[in-house]
Write a protein that binds this ligand. Sequence first.
Ligand code: 4AD
Ligand code: MG
Length: 476
Amino acid sequence: MSMERIASILAQTPKGQKITLCAWVRTFRNTQFIALQDGSSTEPLQAVIQAHNFPEELIKKINTGACLEITGTLAESLGKGQSVELHVSDLKILGECDASVYPLQPKKHSLEFLREIGHLRMRSQVFGAVFRVRHHLSFAVHQFFNQKGFFNLHTPIITASDAEGAGELFHVTTLNLNDLPKDSAGKVDFSQDFFGTEAHLTVSGQLQGELGAMALGQIYTFGPTFRAENSNTTRHLSEFWMIEPEMAFYNLQDNMDLAEEFLKYLCNYALTHAKDEIKLLSEREAEEQKQLPQEKRNSMTLAERLAFVVDSPFERITYTEAVKILEQSKPHKNGKFQFPVAWGLELQSEHERYLVEQHFKKPAIITGYPAAFKAFYMRMNDDGKTVAAMDVLFPGIGEIMGGSQREERLAILEQKCQTSGIDPQTLWWYLDTRRFGTCVHSGFGLGFERLVMFVTGMTNIRDVIPFPRTPKSANF
Ligand code: 4AD
Ligand code: MG
């Protein structure tokens, strides 16, 4: 039997062709019109059924959520809102659904409620759209790098190194937690653990990615990333996906150019390949915005924001310049920022958002952060104080990407290890790249969910990953 998907059925010119499909019922109106969805499109397919031609028992089972196999002929629709409809000749109930207990009703549910039914929420129109966009973006990532001659490198998920040196690690162990072996100093004896050493889930594939770049020239990773930060915000997940390209012979300038081209490519890809989804999500957002006071509403629609990113050059400034702008800013002068602003302090998300949302009103790349609060592998600038770091900030999101030119000079890198409290011995394999044919190289990491947030207009990161993992929550 040849089954068709609704997306392709809707694209056909109706001329009485016979069609069979399997799909779920979204609504059943007037014992006549069944709105069907199968996950392939934002629009449902309308099936029209003459109830008197079918047993009453069967008609009663056409409930929201029920799974059907339907055969019919495709005709032009006279109804509003759709161009084609299916005139049903055969109908089988594949899976019944008791509408009295089915949590997803054909009405608007809040995102919070849908989060609680994470096992079903992908069936809703909004989440169907979000996860189709997520797919398209993922595909576009591979396409972009493949076209540029980058190689996809699978870096390990279990690792013994802490790439970011931030210490926010999930342990991986087979030791008996109720009876841990201890060494003579009373510390856990990881030599008896599965890997013979302390191991954890990766916080970044970068260090191994650098090894790849030193061999294959240009690589990218796209994998799950784990951080045990206890930050319960709308922008942090404990498990997220990161894309990390690493390029031999790229300096910071080249790195910024690639980052900007990449983000523009992804936004443009979504605009052209997920038109219907972006339209639906734009409408959802516009609806949601009506609840907000005028001054809090977005000045551009979702589609306009995406087009704007594609068309406008990103602002590029140094950390030092950013601090000057913030020191001169109204919220700083009026004491509206929660956190202080001064050279040498980290930019908080309120500062980042001020810069891109109020000041520049477009994406910005900030370079030259103080070495003190950036990772050990970033290249030291000639001033001896700042590093060749780059953070890309997006309106509504804040930091979407972080990267740098890497420290390629062995002596300086060893020194940086020491000052960051990292024993260079443990990173001997990483430092070897600086011993054996070192070169200028750079890379960055794009937080995939933050990108999906920007492209879908969703404002909580839990709503752009199918099954979010956050502190105290690993449901489904
Ligand atoms: O800035 P981060 O920590 O940089 C790195 O991990 C580098 N190794 C990247 C590199 O140069 N190859 O993380 C990169 C991006 C952030 O900009 C943010 O978008 C995302 O990853 N990110 C998170 N996304 C969701 N939840 C979290 N807890 C995140 N932490 C970082
Ligand atoms: Mg960062």
